[in-house]
Ligand binder design. Structure first.
Ligand code: DX5
Ligand code: ZN
Length: 224
């Protein structure tokens, strides 16, 4: 069995008690906190920034996975690094110089990744695999929680898995493959079979009455 990681998106948490929501979801068996940053410019919504990241940092030892849906990218990177982000991903369309932005994230001591919208080709990976720790495929258009999984993402996952496996076989270096959008208990097994190892789930977990039961149900599906 490969290692599977579950990353609840706090976008669907109760913001009035965010620290507790972070602690509860990790206590319920989650691995990673997924932190969605939207700027009302690159995406049509506005969420949370470095101050909120800094505020939740003491609530958990789990990795904080910062998903930047912002344009431009570079100026905000050091702020998130200082706020305790472990991993920072960005959309290639939002950066004028993708290689430079990846380098900047690594210089700040964070892991780095690229995020691919449903219609963004994986060719952006071609010359930067050595600088990437995670590939994040969007299975919805970014901007909102609670959207429906776009089925064409399954083929794209298979292609990303092929590229990553080929790279790892050649270099011995691991790259995580994360999926984000519309992940539920009833489709997580199929998504895993297509190649994902890290699963963002916002509404599926935070809108459920029992986080532990939902995460356990996801893990049971993954073990099938
Ligand atoms: C969408 C965000 C996702 C979103 C996932 O732009 O990047 O992380 O919160 O939410 P669900 O799991 O509800 O689709
Ligand atoms: Zn996200």
């Amino acid at each position: 069995q490969p290692t599977f990681r579950i990353a609840p998106s706090i976008l669907s948490a109760d913001f009035a008690k965010l620290g507790e929501e972070v602690r509860n979801v990790i206590a319920a068996g989650a691995d990673i906190i997924h932190f969605d940053v939207m700027d009302n410019h690159y995406v049509p919504n506005l969420t949370i920034g470095p101050l909120v990241c800094q505020a939740i940092r003491p609530c958990t030892e789990a990795m904080i996975d910062v998903h930047l849906m912002v344009k431009p990218v570079d100026a905000i990177v050091p702020l998130f690094a200082k706020a305790g982000a472990d991993l920072i991903t960005f959309h290639p369309e939002a950066s004028e110089h993708i290689d430079r932005t990846l380098g900047l994230i690594k210089e700040q001591g964070c892991k780095a990744g690229l995020v691919f919208n449903p219609a963004t080709p994986l060719s952006h990976l071609d010359y930067v695999m050595d600088k990437i720790d995670m590939v994040l495929l969007m299975s919805v258009n970014p901007g909102f929680g609670g959207q429906k999984f776009i089925p064409a993402t399954l083929d794209k996952l298979r292609e990303a898995r092929r590229r990553i496996d080929e790279y790892t076989a050649r270099t011995g270096r691991e790259i995580w493959l994360e999926i984000d959008g519309g992940v539920k208990v009833d489709n997580i097994a199929e998504i895993a079979r297509a190649g994902a190892d890290t699963f963002v789930a916002g509404s599926a977990i935070y809108d459920s009455p029992d986080y532990q039961a939902t995460i356990a149900a996801m893990r049971a599906e993954l073990a099938k």
